[in-house]
Ligand binder design. Structure first.
Ligand code: SIN
Length: 351
């Protein structure tokens, strides 16, 4: 009996050993560590959401920023970029940033005027004449002053800087716009900025605020007759497929505030904050040039489209348009202006 019990125990032990070896439970070597695993405890991830295509000035800048942050932090910080409103759109991205559902967003400064009304100064029509002036304002002390305006508002977000896209022009469905009178009665899409609304009211058009991700459909279904945008946005979003006319007006500018969730920012070690700021500065310089060349190239492509006419508004008509838009400045000065930033910008743009 004893022999039988001992034999059974030995057989069971042998079986357990064989199965364990087969399953790799015994004699298993420790798993090799790769970069991802060694970094797991210290890896920082930034999710960056934006609403335009990748092949646009903002899309390219976001990718460049991600590349530079990773390089400057030696891989410790990874930036995941979500383009084309695939994560959040115009309507919900700012709330998502405030709640910390996303760490970074890059809205147009016009869309931010709901929260920072004073940024409407950048929406004033025919304020800037050259891209050098825009660069000086957005990246110099005036840009810093504008970003500082976020602080007292306690929005729980921090501004890292401004990026630029380009001068805005007009596109329209059936009616070409050769003079500002041609805008009369048109349902025209604007971003949500009171100054932009006033701009179109001043020419008796009907401004309507529409999210960028819905604009193509609204133009296609003729819910909206016209819109203002840069060549790169018009080309990359295919607006030329659902509009027949474009008028080069350069009546305004399109640019972006690069925003980060404040508690997330404060949680970062100082060294990482400095590396991110350095990546931001380098991206900004790079992207001004990039934006200029993308808009030039996309304008050429727009000019080559069949069934899409590109017209340049004459100098004389642009002067009349500008003159007609003077009440927009009165509106800004009476209802919005709270500081001397317009005077500061005027010093830069005065020839
Ligand atoms: C963008 O460039 O982010 C969108 C601009 C727009 O809404 O027209």
């Amino acid at each position: 009996m004893k022999k039988f019990i001992l034999g059974t125990i030995i057989t069971v032990l042998l079986l357990i050993t064989v199965i364990s070896v087969q399953q790799g439970l015994l004699l298993a070597k420790p798993l090799p560590y790769d970069d991802e695993q060694t970094g797991l405890s210290t890896q920082i991830t930034i999710h960056l959401s934006h609403v335009v295509a990748e092949n646009t000035p903002k899309g390219q800048a976001a990718n460049k920023f991600a590349e530079l942050v990773e390089e400057k932090t030696a891989g410790k910080v990874k930036v995941h970029v979500y383009a084309n409103a695939s994560l959040f759109n115009d309507e919900n991205e700012f709330r998502a940033l405030q709640k910390g559902d996303v760490e970074m967003i890059v809205p147009t400064f016009s869309k931010m005027t709901t929260y920072v009304p004073s940024w409407q100064v950048l929406d004033l029509p025919y304020l800037f004449h050259t891209e050098e002036q825009i660069h000086e304002v957005l990246t110099g002390t005036i840009g810093e002053q504008l970003l500082a305006e976020l602080e007292p508002l306690r929005l729980r977000v921090k501004g890292l800087g401004f990026w630029y896209n380009g001068f805005k022009h007009l596109t329209s469905a059936d009616q070409p716009i050769h003079t500002f009178e041609d805008l009369q009665g048109l349902r025209i899409r604007t971003m949500p900025s009171r100054t932009l609304e006033k701009q179109f009211e001043a020419v008796n058009a009907k401004p309507t605020s529409v999210s960028f991700s819905e604009l193509f459909t609204d133009l296609e279904t003729h819910t909206i007759d016209a819109q203002e945008n840069t060549a790169s946005n018009i080309y990359s979003k295919g607006f030329y497929k659902v509009q027949k006319h474009m008028t080069i007006t350069q009546h305004g500018i399109l640019g972006y505030a690069v925003l980060i969730n404040e508690s997330f920012w404060n949680s970062l070690p100082e060294k990482i904050q400095k590396q991110i700021i350095a990546a931001m500065k380098e991206t900004t310089e790079w992207q001004f040039e990039q934006a200029r060349s993308m808009n030039d190239q996309d304008m050429q492509k727009l000019m080559q489209q069949d069934h899409f006419n590109v017209y340049t508004m004459s100098k004389q008509e642009r002067l009349r348009f500008k003159e007609q838009l003077t009440p927009v400045y009165d509106f800004y000065k009476t209802h919005i202006q709270t500081n001397d930033i317009l005077t500061e910008i005027e010093k830069v743009v005065t020839p």
